[in-house]
Design a protein around this ligand. Sequence first.
Ligand code: DGL
Length: 275
Amino acid sequence: MKIAPIGVFDSGYGGLTVLKELIRELPDNDFLYLGDNARTPYGTRSFDVVYQYTLQAVKYLFEQGCPLVIIACNTASAKALRNIQMLDLPHLAPENRVLGVIRPSVEKVAEITKNGHVGVLGTVGTVVSGSYPIELEKWSGGHVKSTVQEACPMWVPLVENNEIDSEGADYFVRKNIQNILASDKNIDTLILGCTHYPLLAKVIEKYVPKEIEILKQGHIVAEKLVDYLQRHPEMEARLSKSGTLEFQTTESAETFESKAALFMEQEVKAKTIHL
Ligand code: DGL
């Protein structure tokens, strides 16, 4: 049997916040990270475009041998995951698996909210898809009573352009946080429903009252993956474990290396590929 890395995909750098936690939980595993930086952001694109782009990335990671792909992007999880799992996987590679970030986050919210009032910050695509309210209704076991959402279209470009400490970041984060807090004064749990957003955590925390729990997805996704692999030894056996990290991008490798190194807090070597 051929063994290979876990594939991790995002439209750009946001998935690195998930990758970091995956490495922490599974330090022996090998990972292949793919950022579609040439076509980021996905958040403002149509359902069909996000589905086609994500499918291309998944196919590519399968071709590289990855038996398991984590879609470390809410927009792609919201708009493409279900189709890929139901329509494409059965004929592409029925024994492979593609997992997203929304379901694990929803399960976690159900565990931590005390009053059932939840806020979701996400891209326009994630918010308009309604995936969070739908999944929270379905999987929270009745714990979630109200879900309000706020689209934050400027946040991903701020992160992608390394403007996280700028006055612009402060302005847009404050505006969106004030909006969501005004839509429901009782929110006790706020989901950062975009994998880019933890990179803005410092600014976000400035404007969110301390009694509100801010949920970052990286750790949640990593915890759930460990649990998944324990329940699926047949998949676990197909994963290679030399503790290596490989980075690929659809844009310039040099730019990716310098920005990703900042986010990963370690040296990054990247390769440009074409989807
Ligand atoms: N990181 C992606 C997400 O979690 C967002 C990105 C984008 O707009 O490209 O939704």
